[in-house]
Design a protein. Structure first.
Length: 340
């Protein structure tokens, strides 16, 4: 057998498949080596021994060439280490942030009953945050919400620039946008107040409802609050109103929802409920829109009435899932965020 020929053939093989074919061709049962061995019968007796040794040497050599070539080919093509049929590695999946998720849920709940989702500026003038809401400059009610002012020259008519402390700044803008009632607004936006503790972060979100039409009463407000409470917190959740004071509503209330942990009883398994302590949890502020606020928005209070509410998104999430520290929402800790 011509040495150059098999050497060349083996060394120019490019795949393991080609090498297997050569293995069969030379070393297989009907391969060339066996053929040479079978010819031993035609070799004169005294040469048989030498002939046999030569063929066996050739066999070992071909084997060696093939093994070496196999290693080279598999390294070059990584054929030994790459299995095309194995499933690929899955990329880690992200999850929607709890606040974004709650915003989506709340938007859907209100859109179902005809409310329009808007998002009014988080940087506004004093006029939007206070004046338009029946809080003239110097009014002590402004102190209730600690406000961050932006260090730019004040607007001649609208006052200083502020990071809005609540979404109520959307009320006046929405009245001026819609002009003629009915108005059904759900304004969801970022708000800012300089607090940092388990239930407050300096940046947070509120959702503000506003409904104005010719014959809107507290009955509509209660119905809407009950609808929201059941949809967001779960069936059977009740609401109650407690008298309160806000400059922009008259009368004003604070809304509570019945606690889902203890079913509104205040006791859980014979002990004081750990979540609410009293059977109720405070949701936020609400009331009938003050005539001055309607007037400021260009709406005639003698022909129209309305209600409004403002609730914290971080707060409702906390109430829904029984969380105890909203600072976790913004910690960037994936282990916390992945749970929702
Ligand atoms: N703006 C109030 C706050 O941030 C919440 C609020 C209370 C909004 C009563 C309203 C309302 O629309 O009617 O504390």
């Amino acid at each position: 057998m011509d040495q150059k020929k098999y050497e060349l053939e083996i060394n120019s093989a490019k795949t393991l498949d080609e090498l297997s074919q050569l293995e069969i061709k030379y070393l297989g049962r009907n391969g060339q080596i066996n053929k040479l061995l079978s010819e031993i019968k035609n070799v004169p007796n005294e040469e048989k021994r030498e002939y046999g040794q030569k063929v066996n040497l050739l066999k070992t050599e071909i084997k060696k060439y093939i093994e070496i070539r196999k290693l080279i080919v598999s390294k070059e093509k990584s054929e030994v280490f790459f299995d095309k049929t194995l499933p690929g590695k899955a990329y880690p999946k992200g999850s929607i942030h709890i606040v974004s998720y709650a915003i989506e849920e709340i938007t859907k709940i209100f859109e179902k009953i005809g409310f329009i989702r808007v998002s009014y500026p988080e940087v506004d003038w004093e006029y939007g945050a206070f004046e338009s809401l029946n809080m003239p400059s110097g009014h002590p009610a402004r102190d209730d919400v600690e406000t961050s002012f932006i260090d730019v020259p004040a607007h001649p008519n609208l006052g200083k620039m502020v990071l809005t402390p609540h979404t109520s700044n959307g009320q006046n803008r929405e009245m001026k946008r819609v002009k003629t009632p009915p108005i059904r607004m759900i304004n969801i936006s970022k708000c800012y107040r300089p607090n940092w503790d388990p239930t407050h972060t300096p940046m947070f979100h509120q959702f503000e409802g506003l409904c104005v039409d010719s014959d809107i009463s507290i009955v509509n407000l209660r119905g809407t609050l009950d609808y929201f409470a059941e949809k967001y917190f779960g069936k059977g959740t009740k609401t109650r109103l407690r008298p309160h004071h806000f400059q922009f509503t008259e009368p004003s209330f604070e809304v509570d929802i019945s606690c889902n942990n203890c079913g509104g009883i205040g006791k859980y398994k014979g002990e004081k409920c750990r979540v609410c302590k009293s059977g109720w949890l405070e949701l936020g502020g609400t009331g009938m829109v003050h005539p001055n606020v309607l007037r400021e928005g260009g709406i005639d209070p003698s022909a129209n009435s309305g209600w409004a509410f403002g609730f914290g998104i971080e707060r409702v999430i906390m109430m829904k899932y029984g969380l105890d520290d909203i600072r976790n929402y913004y910690s960037g800790d994936i282990r916390f965020l992945e749970q929702f």
